[in-house]
Design a protein around this ligand. Structure first.
Ligand code: ZN
Length: 174
């Protein structure tokens, strides 16, 4: 095959996004990332094969902009949600995430040094006002909030947990 055909073939093969999203050198490559099953509780997540430095841009997200929250959407604005069943729609949640998402530039940035062969974790409350479905958090980090909600969803359970924490602090002082 001639070199031009070969180049197109490689690009289509390696980029996680379909060609209808256009091309962007920052689009995620199958050399760096894979959407794969993690476990029964978490479902599928995005796994990275290579390491990243804190502050480094991992990729630019793309998708279909729709007007409602669904599974595999991330919020651009209250009326616009990016439906990305190829990459960013599969980021797992952690209360101590290792990536940050900018839904204006659509860039994914490393919050800390990320070793190769790691799962990528965002904080759903960073982008979402309301989640499609809230769920108990299994991140098991020291700052785990216990239950995953959108940033405008302030559940009674979380309020009472905060109040309990405050009471506990007062108790510690006395
Ligand atoms: Zn958590």
């Amino acid at each position: 095959m001639d070199s031009e055909v070969r180049f197109i073939y490689l690009e289509v093969f390696l980029v996680l996004y379909p060609s209808l999203f256009g091309s962007d050198p920052l689009f995620p490559s199958a050399l760096d990332f894979e959407v794969r099953a993690k476990d029964e509780t978490a479902g599928s997540g995005v796994f990275t094969f290579r390491s990243w430095q804190q502050g480094e841009v991992l990729a630019r997200m793309s998708g279909h902009v729709i007007d409602e929250v669904r599974q595999h959407t991330l919020q651009i604005s209250p009326d616009q949600h990016n439906f990305d069943p190829y990459f960013s729609g599969y980021f797992l949640h952690s209360c101590e995430p290792n990536i940050s998402l900018d839904m204006n530039t659509m860039l994914v940035t490393a919050l800390s040094d990320i070793p190769s062969h790691s799962w990528l974790y965002m904080d759903y409350a960073e982008t979402e006002d309301y989640l499609f479905k809230s769920f108990p958090c299994g991140c098991a980090t020291p700052s785990c909030r216990g239950w995953v909600y959108g940033r405008l969803q302030q559940p009674e359970a979380e309020l009472s947990a905060e109040q309990a924490g405050y009471a506990g602090m007062l108790g510690d002082r006395s």
